[in-house]
Design a protein. Structure first.
Length: 199
């Protein structure tokens, strides 16, 4: 009911910029950032830039961290913030991955949030390329694992949830699903909050 109502997440803004996220997930992001203090947050799928601005605002509040947000579409109207840098290209393009890796190599603590193309093949490729950048104790968040009947959009086809299951079956020692991050019971990312435990 919440997901299908156009007046809810589709009309959720941060400082006037659309975020298109469940506010309870944004609260969880705040908790994760406050607890883990990432030096770098890599986000795929910038859209209008609202979530990047939110993440940068949380970094302001904890006194550290930068946001690298990646999208295939350039938009000069996106918000500007000293902690946010925009990277144009596909999140699986070798040059984009190389730049994200370079930035991650310069950071002690790295968090990754995947929210671009939700098709299972693309998300799985993102996981293969970008999940290893997450540092132990930090988080990999795979967004919108609710699609493909989990429980919304039953006709979507295999998506983020299926990609996570496939990835974890191949890399069972790197990440653990943190169900505590679903404590509000309403989340767009069930099974998608992954904490890195392995080196």
């Amino acid at each position: 009911m919440y997901y299908d109502d156009p007046s809810t997440w589709r009309s959720t803004n941060w400082l006037g910029i659309q975020t298109a996220k469940c506010p309870l997930d944004l609260w969880i992001f705040q908790e994760i950032i406050a607890e883990t203090r990432p030096d770098l947050i890599i986000e795929t799928g910038t859209h209008l830039g609202g979530s990047a601005l939110f993440l940068a605002s949380m970094c302001d509040l904890v006194g550290g961290g930068e946001v690298l947000t990646i999208d295939i579409v350039a938009d000069p109207e996106r918000p500007q913030h000293p902690r946010v840098s925009y990277l144009l290209g596909s999140s699986t393009d070798p040059e984009v991955v190389e730049e994200a890796t370079r930035r991650a190599d310069e950071a002690e603590r790295v968090m990754v949030i995947l929210d671009s193309d939700h098709g299972e093949p693309h998300v799985f490729e993102e996981l293969t390329l970008l999940a290893p950048l997450v540092t132990p104790g930090c988080y990999l968040v795979v967004e919108d694992t609710i699609v493909n009947g989990n429980p919304v959009l039953p006709d979507f086809g295999p998506g983020p949830g299926e990609a996570v299951a496939r990835y974890l079956s191949l890399e069972p020692s790197l990440f653990v699903v943190d169900r505590n991050r679903e404590k509000f019971h309403l989340t767009f990312n069930p099974g998608g909050y992954l904490r890195r435990i392995g080196n």
